[in-house]
Design a protein. Structure first.
Length: 236
């Protein structure tokens, strides 16, 4: 069963906590991304930990292996369910993240968070790849980077739902796919270029669907999240 992750992309800890409370009854995972990690990391992570709300720490780590391993060790704590890194950081960097997560979780006596690797950002359009020096289309790049992530021991990848089906076929059902760029029918795309509806993402085999603005900017975030959960339960 695919799970919904709501991105707490808001400028203050108070607003993020309000969202956690508003969505509490749905038992969704919340995403603590760069805005929260740069602005109020300890407050929101301890708020979620205290309420048993699972988190996806969307740190998108990309640095030398030692630095990434050390950063992952700092992030591991009860309730942190997923941490991500950029696959473009390379095999050794991803291995350092996986080993560090397991090591630190062992010290704390908790389940290690899943390390997922970002293949390509969903805001990258096919025509941007050439400019970045990456050969081939988004699909080919996603497969190549996912193979590297799998070899490094990552639990899966962050990718566009448009690639999730192929990734499942290549790497098997147990290799997890987490897909941002989700837009319910009729909602604004914003800066996302490769978008998919909730039902299409589930049909493609996505394990986790990340939704930010369509919920966070809704007049009633709880109702918006419920509508998306409903769309996720309907086949595309
Ligand atoms: O508001 P929206 O639904 O576009 O939010 C998507 C969230 O997922 C943002 O927090 C963004 O940083 C994150 N994300 C993404 N593309 C990726 C990885 C993460 O949009 N490849």
């Amino acid at each position: 069963m695919a799970q919904l992750i709501v991105a707490l992309d808001v400028p203050s800890a108070g607003k993020a906590e309000e969202l956690v409370d508003a969505l509490y009854e749905l038992d969704v995972i919340v995403k603590v991304g760069l805005e929260a990690l740069c602005g109020y990391p300890e407050r929101i992570l301890s708020y979620c930990e205290a309420r048993d709300v699972r988190t996806f720490v969307d740190a998108k780590l990309h640095d030398i292996p030692r630095t990434v391993g050390a950063a992952v060790a700092q992030l591991v704590r009860p309730g942190v369910h997923i941490i991500n890194v950029h696959a473009l950081g390379g095999l050794e960097m991803m291995q350092a993240a996986v080993e560090s997560a397991a090591g630190r979780a062992g010290e704390l006596g908790i389940e290690p968070p899943r390390i997922l690797a970002v293949t390509l950002l969903t805001s990258i359009a096919p025509e941007d790849l050439n400019e970045l020096g990456l050969q081939g289309g988004p699909g080919e790049n996603a497969i190549r980077l996912a193979a590297l992530a799998r070899d490094a021991g990552c639990a899966g990848v962050v990718c566009s739902a448009q690639e999730a089906g192929d990734l499942k076929r290549f790497f098997g059902d147990d290799f997890l796919t987490l897909t941002p760029g989700i837009r319910p029918i009729g909602s604004a795309h914003g800066d996302q270029k490769r978008v998919t509806t909730p039902a299409q993402a589930v049909a493609a085999g996505a394990d986790y669907l990340v939704v930010g603005r369509p919920i966070v900017e809704a007049a009633d975030p709880l109702a918006a999240a419920k509508a998306i959960l409903e769309e996720m339960s309907v086949r595309a």
